[in-house]
Design a protein around this ligand. Structure first.
Ligand SMILES: C[S@@+](CC[C@H](N)C(=O)[O-])C[C@H]1O[C@@H](n2cnc3c(N)ncnc32)[C@H](O)[C@@H]1O
Length: 392
């Protein structure tokens, strides 16, 4: 089987390494997606275990079309009756990037007609369309004259983990939060703090990573569970294997927020995720925090794009000052869609990555706060870039 795992822009390489870790083959990095191959076991593992994946599509076929008649004919050739029955339902998801076919809805309509007509010609009846909870979701991607046909094995987007019942302003997507933690290479070896935690997304994803807990629940309504080919015994095996790998301890994970509503939302969400034994939350202003050493901080501070701040640039400068003052020996990873503000943190980023936060182009930067003396900074740089002699 060939698969296409969809992701957010900027997380393709991280998703590819996640796929490598679960044994996927023929991995090819695409734009906002990764193609790979495997079997049904791989499809189940992908849906349960991939932290930076939005959807797992099962590739069916790719073909060239000149016009809508070609599209209709090619779709009608597929033995849809092998995939679902008359009493089942279906839906079409279409993405179109083509001069010839410039309306996604029109493409979806043509595909729906071809599927329905195939059933009608064979059985005198056709299955119904159900856009909210179909048995089979057919995915059609048209780029110029090339059509890629696939089946959506995930159903609801995998970023909707289910724990975030309480929202605050500008929450970050769960897949993006997991990607940020994975990009930081924090793996639970030292404490982690989100000092502006909002609804606790980064904290929940970090705890799941440190505990080796699957990002998604075995009980969610994955689309593949409705398929004729669904193998419940194989699925149970995948879930049991993943369960055995969950650790029962992880280092300190702490969140703070200045806003009472955010603190309450975080506490509730962490409970929904079943992570209350691993994450603690306090209502506190970042600028009054006592500080820490040997800790990783990951956060997305507010800025005027979505939240009101009187002086965003000054706010980010104060963040930099506070980091230098109270978090010596720590690394801080900050994502922001405000390019001027993030440059004003006043620390030189040791790494930078472009990410999309929703539709907002953002920069994800790492800042290292050395523990004061030039000697310590020199030692840290040497550890990161050992001299040639030490490498050999
Ligand atoms: C963009 S939101 C974070 C969203 C969060 N990552 C999530 O997924 O829900 C920024 C948060 O910073 C908090 N905040 C703003 N100023 C703060 C401060 N001085 N100290 C602590 N938290 C602060 C806001 O209350 C808000 O919840």
């Amino acid at each position: 089987m060939k698969f296409i795992a969809k992701t957010l822009e900027g997380l393709e390489d991280i998703l590819a390494s996640e796929l490598e870790n679960i044994g996927a083959e023929d991995i090819v990095v695409l734009k906002r997606a990764v193609a790979y191959s495997g079997n049904a076991l791989m499809m189940y593992k992908s849906n349960l275990l991939l932290r930076t994946c939005l959807k797992v599509l099962v590739f069916m076929k790719e073909f060239e079309v000149r016009d809508e008649t070609d599209l209709y004919d090619e779709i009608k050739k597929v033995s849809w009756e092998d995939y679902f029955d008359l009493t089942d339902t279906f839906a079409i998801d279409s993405v179109v990037n083509s001069e010839k076919f410039n309306h996604a809805n029109f493409v979806a309509l043509k595909v729906k007609d071809a599927v329905a007509d195939r059933f009608r010609e064979k059985y005198g009846e056709r299955p119904n369309v159900n856009t909210t909870d179909p048995t089979l979701k057919i995915n059609v991607h048209v780029r110029e004259n090339t059509v890629t046909l696939s089946l959506d094995s995930s159903g609801q987007s995998l970023h909707m983990r289910g724990y975030r019942k309480h929202m605050v302003d500008a929450p970050i997507n769960e897949v993006l939060a997991a990607g940020m933690v994975l990009l930081s290479t924090w793996n639970g070896e030292r404490p982690l703090i989100d000092p502006m935690c909002g609804s606790a997304t980064i904290l929940c994803e970090a705890a799941k990573i440190a505990l080796n807990m699957p990002p998604n629940s075995p009980d969610r309504e994955y689309a593949f569970k409705k398929w004729k080919s669904y193998d419940p015994a194989l699925w149970d095996m995948v879930c049991e294997d993943a369960n055995k790998e969950i650790k029962d301890t992880c280092p300190l994970i702490k969140g703070y927020d200045i806003n009472h509503k955010a603190v309450t939302a975080s506490i509730e969400n962490i409970k929904f995720a079943g992570l209350e034994a691993f994450i603690s939350i306090e209502k506190e202003d970042f600028f009054y925090l006592e500080g820490a050493s040997d800790t990783t901080l990951i956060f997305n501070p507010p800025y005027d794009g979505r939240l009101k701040e009187d002086d965003v640039v000054a706010f980010y400068r104060f963040i930099g000052d506070k980091l230098k003052q109270s978090f010596k020996g720590c690394s801080a990873w900050i994502i922001s869609g405000h390019m001027t503000a993030i440059k004003n943190v006043g620390l030189r980023p040791s790494s930078k990555k472009n990410l999309l936060n929703g539709s907002i182009p953002s920069l994800y930067c790492r800042f290292d706060m050395y523990d004061g003396s030039k000697k310590a900074k020199w030692q840290h740089l040497q550890e990161q870039n050992p001299p040639i002699d030490a490498q050999t």
